[in-house]
Design a protein around this ligand. Structure first.
Ligand SMILES: *Cc1c(COP(=O)(O)O)cnc(C)c1O
Length: 373
């Protein structure tokens, strides 16, 4: 049997990985986006629990930095955020139903109206209360379609009862600045606003994180970034100007020698072609370290990057430390699964997904630590 060593009583609390969330980096990113927007105000998108990083900690930090406008996806997220931020302006992206209008009003939440029935609902149940209006310019997902815009021009009188906080739209491929759809969406957005004086007069919001870096034509009256606040790269094939806000570290649990022909992990999917050493780390797909990282993930130990070998299990991964200096390949050694040298974007690329999914899958099982500037 190969010999193995176990992490002894090292005095470290807990056996799992530790997730450090740098609120100072998130605030720095907010200020960086504000600089990019010039005089145009910058909101913060904190849907999905601030992209998995914890809205209860992230939103107050941004509010303290001067952010007064927040966007979430669901009504329930808005209600939860209202309890944390009594003063902020809170927009909800998914529109109201007939029976939820009163709930919006009671919690001081501003809905986004995405369809004709939602405009009618709001004009009926919340007349005189502000809402955002979403025009679809290319996502084909939410928002008024071209046919809905025809309907609205015939029913423009409804807008007398719906004060528009913002007319908004959402970019499809802003992370690729040269993609022709960016200019096309901008053209469609401007043209749609020109169809009614109420839309032309209202403030407008267009740019997500990536859109902010497309330049002033895309800024209108409010930036609406999420991803870049949390350190994701706004522009493909460009250096990432954002600060890294997430650091996920775990200590090696065990190290063992493996021989030619030994198998590693479930399914015997990794068979040793050479002798070496395997280290085990306490993070798996139940922690959001995706199974798609089997045989593909990479972790950083000291100045070295080492590969994940074998399948990602529910609670554990195995890494090949054969080429590491012996003093780094030992139980208790810290490994970085996500950090400056292995960003969420990097992990997403290795897993065949994106940094957004990596962040939003970060589990509650990790010990969480928040640090300030
Ligand atoms: C999620 C979302 C955003 C934020 O996008 P990022 O790419 O994370 O900056 C902005 N607007 C809408 C409508 C969204 O759904």
């Amino acid at each position: 049997m190969p010999r193995s060593e176990a992490a002894g009583a090292g005095g470290e609390p807990g056996t799992g990985a530790e997730l450090t969330i740098d609120l100072g980096a998130i605030v720095a990113n907010y200020n960086r986006l504000r600089r990019e927007l010039g005089a145009v105000p910058c909101a913060a998108v904190v849907k999905a629990d601030a992209y998995g990083l914890g809205a209860a900690r992230v939103a107050p930090a941004l509010a303290a930095a001067g952010c007064d406008t927040f966007w979430v996806a669901h009504l329930e997220e808005g209600i939860a955020l209202r309890a944390i931020l009594p003063q902020a302006r809170i927009f909800v992206l998914i529109g109201p139903r007939g029976d939820s209008a009163a709930t919006y009003v009671r919690h001081g939440l501003t809905p986004t109206l995405n369809a004709p029935d939602e405009i009618e609902t709001w004009a009926t149940h919340a007349a005189g209360t502000a809402a955002a209006l979403h025009i679809d310019t290319g996502m084909s997902r939410l928002g008024l379609s071209p046919r809905d815009m025809d309907w609205l021009t015939d029913h423009a009188v409804l807008l007398d009862r719906v004060p528009l906080a913002y007319v908004m739209s959402h970019l499809v491929v802003a992370e690729e600045p040269d993609h022709p759809l960016n200019a096309e969406q901008l053209h469609r957005f401007r043209a749609a606003r020109q169809r009614l004086p109420q839309l032309a007069r209202a403030k407008a919001s267009f740019a997500n994180s990536s859109g902010i870096f497309l330049g002033p034509d895309f800024h209108f009256d409010l930036g609406r970034p999420g991803a870049a606040l949390y350190g994701l790269a706004p522009t493909e094939s460009q250096p990432n100007p954002m600060a890294q806000a997430v650091h996920l570290q775990a200590r090696i649990l065990q190290v063992r020698d493996v021989d030619v022909g030994d198998s590693v992990g479930y399914g015997a999917a990794h068979l040793r072609l050479r002798r070496g050493r395997i280290a085990t780390l306490p993070a798996g797909y139940a922690d959001g370290y995706m199974r798609g990282l089997s045989h593909r993930g990479r972790v950083v130990i000291g100045a070295h990057t080492v590969p994940v070998v074998g399948r990602v299990s529910m609670d554990l991964i195995t890494i090949d430390v054969s080429d590491l200096p012996a003093d780094l390949a030992r139980p208790g050694q810290l490994a970085t699964l996500i950090g400056p040298g292995m960003t969420p974007d990097d992990v997403g690329a290795l897993a065949g997904t994106n940094g957004y999914e990596v962040l939003t899958q970060l589990s509650r099982r990790y010990r969480r630590r928040y640090v300030d500037a």
